[in-house]
Design a protein around this ligand. Structure first.
Ligand SMILES: C[S@@+](CC[C@H](N)C(=O)[O-])C[C@H]1O[C@@H](n2cnc3c(N)ncnc32)[C@H](O)[C@@H]1O
Ligand code: SF4
Length: 457
């Protein structure tokens, strides 16, 4: 039986449930340097020339945190010595100006939503957050008060003055990483934080009156039990957050936890434990007035409507600024170099802050018609609503059952497809629970090979 993403698992026996979080396809580990001996790096002006720019997403990445949590493999570094945040914002401004110039004035971009992610965007001080908003508005031309604006924060950096700036500039969603309301669990995840600090941050966020509060929680932490998981869920529910994300813990190479654990040795007991916590968490939230949007995301049924989920937009057209941010055109997904180890990340950020010429895409992956189909299918199928078959037919002039017969038969054989609706391809409840096993089955051989060949650094 296959336990990794390098070969399709065609047995009807369930594969390991926690293989890969498919929030973006192709994964960044399948990106490569775009320039070669035969081909120079593509110019942004050429890449964007024929692209629709009516409903773009804007993403600004802030790669700084106060600590490096033991589970985290996101592109971020600890602290920012010697005015690094100022130099980073200078570079962000140069990059924004270059992207805006590449888009040209004939068809100015229109943005459907914006997000500040990280790392921890609220690591920036209030005046720096003002500047970040100015860059988005003045350089990119987005009206932050007119579109949904989502911002990630950690408890200790969600200070009243920073939240006030964000609320005033138009933030509609504030996502707080809590992970666990139990201090021993936070410590076990190498996320040192006091419960009282978390509660104080939640009070400040509610006082700032940002319309949507999201709370991130993690299950599968060492020492976590059904009772302590329920305790964290109830502590989150006490705030009636508009959204809650439940993340299964992943232990990845080169992270703090990964250095002390063999990630390949993640055993079936742990799989079973995470599946139990998932089901308990899902059922608890469903019985408290929440709807399931995807395996990880739950939304309070009476929450104000928001724009599309940041990570779940099937359409192309994302402009990412900052190192660590991805950009998507219909033909190319691109970013800067990617790393997990602190030393490599520091080097990439230093290079970024000294870059003057942002007119070319350096790292990425070309997305052909076959990859576009896979991407469209994955990003719809892994949502609770599923894939409207007519939408797929309209975009690709083909049928998903003809394009992916083996993969879809396998899902049906495992009982992971909901057969109620002929007009929609939708996962069953157990299918949704196994989203992280389903995603990899739809990766193309070329993407699997590239991911397998990627050397974590
Ligand atoms: C950018 S952080 C959120 C904001 C802020 N940096 C913080 O941690 O408070 C993204 C979220 O991804 C989740 N996450 C990251 N790595 C994870 C892992 N290895 N396993 C489970 N969840 C993870 C965490 O819940 C985390 O809050
Ligand atoms: S989980 Fe959040 S605070 Fe912790 S290292 Fe990752 S991005 Fe930073």
């Amino acid at each position: 039986m296959s336990t990794n993403v390098t070969s399709a698992d065609t047995s009807v026996h369930p594969p390991r449930p926690y293989q890969s979080y498919t929030y973006a396809y192709p994964h960044k580990t399948a990106y490569r340097e775009l320039a070669s001996e035969s081909r120079p790096a593509p110019r942004l002006a050429d890449l964007w020339a024929g692209e629709s720019r009516q409903a773009l997403s804007l993403y600004l990445h802030i790669p700084f945190c106060e600590v490096r949590c033991g589970f985290c493999n996101l592109f971020t570094r600890i602290g920012a010595p010697d005015g690094l945040t100022g130099r980073y914002l200078d570079a962000l401004q140069r990059q924004a100006a270059a992207v805006r110039e590449a888009l040209g004035d004939a068809r100015p971009p229109r943005f459907a939503n914006a997000a500040f992610g990280g790392g921890t965007p609220t690591f920036l001080e209030a005046a720096e957050l003002e500047r970040l908003c100015d860059i988005a508005e003045r350089e990119m031309g987005v009206d932050l008060r007119a579109v949904p604006l989502s911002v990630e924060a950690s408890p200790s950096t969600a200070t009243a003055d920073r939240l006030a700036v964000l609320a005033e500039r138009g933030a509609t969603r504030l996502s707080l990483g809590v992970q666990s309301f139990v201090e021993e669990e936070a410590r076990a995840a190498v996320r040192p934080q006091h419960r009282s600090d978390v509660e104080a941050a939640l009070t400040r966020i509610r006082e700032a009156a940002v319309p949507v509060l999201n709370i991130d929680l993690i299950y599968g932490i060492d020492g976590q039990t059904a009772a302590s998981w329920r305790y964290s869920l109830d502590a989150a529910l006490a705030w009636r957050p508009e959204e809650i994300y439940l993340y299964p813990l992943y232990i990845r190479p080169l992270t703090g936890l990964g250095r002390h654990t063999d990630p390949q040795a993640a055993d079936r007991d742990w799989d079973g434990q995470r599946l139990r916590r998932y089901r308990e968490g899902r059922d608890h939230l469903l019985s408290h007035g929440y709807e399931q949007v995807s395996m990880r995301m739950f939304r309070r049924s009476d929450a104000p409507p928001q724009g599309p989920d940041d990570y779940a937009c099937q359409t192309d057209g994302m402009i990412g600024l900052g190192c660590g941010a991805r950009s998507y055109t219909s033909r190319l997904h691109y970013s800067f170099d990617y790393a997990v180890s602190m030393r490599e990340i520091r080097g990439i950020i230093d290079d970024y802050t000294t870059t003057e010429d942002f007119s070319h895409a350096l790292h990425g992956r070309w997305v052909d018609e076959d990859e576009a189909r896979r991407r469209h299918l994955l990003q719809s199928l892994l949502q609770a609503e599923g894939l409207p078959v007519a939408e797929y037919r309209l975009r690709f002039a083909s049928d998903p059952y003809e394009d992916f017969p083996v993969e879809l038969d396998l899902l049906a054989a495992r009982g992971w497809l909901d057969s109620d609706r002929a007009d929609r391809l939708r996962l069953s409840a157990e299918g949704l629970a196994h989203s992280d096993a389903i995603g990899p089955d739809f990766f193309s051989p070329a993407v699997r090979d590239a991911m397998a060949a990627y050397e974590t650094k």
